[in-house]
Design a protein around this ligand. Structure first.
Ligand SMILES: NC(=O)c1ccc[n+]([C@@H]2O[C@H](COP(=O)([O-])OP(=O)(O)OC[C@H]3O[C@@H](n4cnc5c(N)ncnc54)[C@H](OP(=O)(O)O)[C@@H]3O)[C@@H](O)[C@H]2O)c1
Length: 219
């Protein structure tokens, strides 16, 4: 399987990249981003791109792939709806429309989060925007598209948040998170389970298009 990965420098994307690099069924990974991953691996190639609303200049390099793991995403904290919608909906749809046109046989997976609002009508701004993004992604002519809605994610294998104090919390809370992952799969997954689930779903499919945390843990 040849994979394109967006958001490889983020916490979710680092975890997914790690699982792709260790999975013998993944032949190659193209990481598309504005910053380098800092990693070097025979299966990894990086493509630097700055305008995430327009991929026309790099289109030839985005063709010939089997799966896209779209882990790009921002927090809505402190952001107005217009900016959040631009960074969440506009950018995701620009990338996905380009990829669907270039790779009709592609499986596209998108990371949203627990509580995403498929009705697009609820009171939580981030959940409505993510819901609209999910709904419109599911209409694109991919071979298949899957929406991953993790709740909490425990970073493993050196995966780090870009925010120092968040890493400190993960270290201190590691025993509790490991326990929660075992007893409350609705609320907790690990970066390893998430990455492995994306690879398996892209390869083998899944009976429904939206995967909640417990689905991710059960794949
Ligand atoms: N972390 C969690 O516990 C968690 C739980 C549930 C759901 N999620 C969801 O998972 C998604 C990813 O979260 P995360 O924690 O991995 O976020 P993150 O650590 O902040 O990483 C975000 C990624 O998106 C890229 N990005 C953000 N804005 C960009 C822009 N304007 N242009 C180009 N690249 C940009 C970042 O690239 P740079 O490195 O260049 O900034 C980075 O690769 C989000 O949608 C989030 O809601 C996360």
């Amino acid at each position: 399987m040849k994979v394109i990965l967006f958001g490889a420098t983020g916490m979710v994307g680092q975890g997914v990249l790690r699982e792709c690099l260790v999975d013998p069924g993944v032949e190659s990974v193209l990481a598309v981003g504005r910053s380098p991953t800092g990693q070097s691996h025979p299966k990894l190639r990086e493509l630097r791109h700055d305008d995430f609303t327009d991929f026309s200049t790099i289109e030839p390099q985005l063709a010939g792939y089997d799966a896209c793991f779209f882990c790009f995403g921002v927090s809505s904290v402190g952001m107005d709806e217009g900016r959040y919608r631009h960074l969440t909906y506009d950018i995701t749809m620009a990338a996905a429309k380009t990829l669907a046109r270039l790779n009709p046989g592609m499986v596209f997976t998108y990371v949203t989060g627990r509580g995403t609002d498929s009705t697009e009508q609820g009171s939580l701004m981030w959940a409505r925007v993510k819901g609209k993004t999910e709904n419109d992604l599911l209409k694109l002519p991919f071979k298949a598209a899957y929406m991953f809605r993790p709740a909490g994610i425990q970073p493993l294998h050196g995966v780090r948040s870009k925010t120092g104090w968040i890493n400190a919390i993960y270290v201190v809370a590691a025993p509790l998170l490991t326990y929660l992952n075992r007893v409350a799969p609705k609320y907790m997954t690990t970066s390893e389970q998430l990455g492995r689930a994306m690879i398996k779903v892209a390869r083998d499919g899944f009976p429904k298009p939206v995967l909640e945390s417990e689905d991710i843990n059960g794949v």
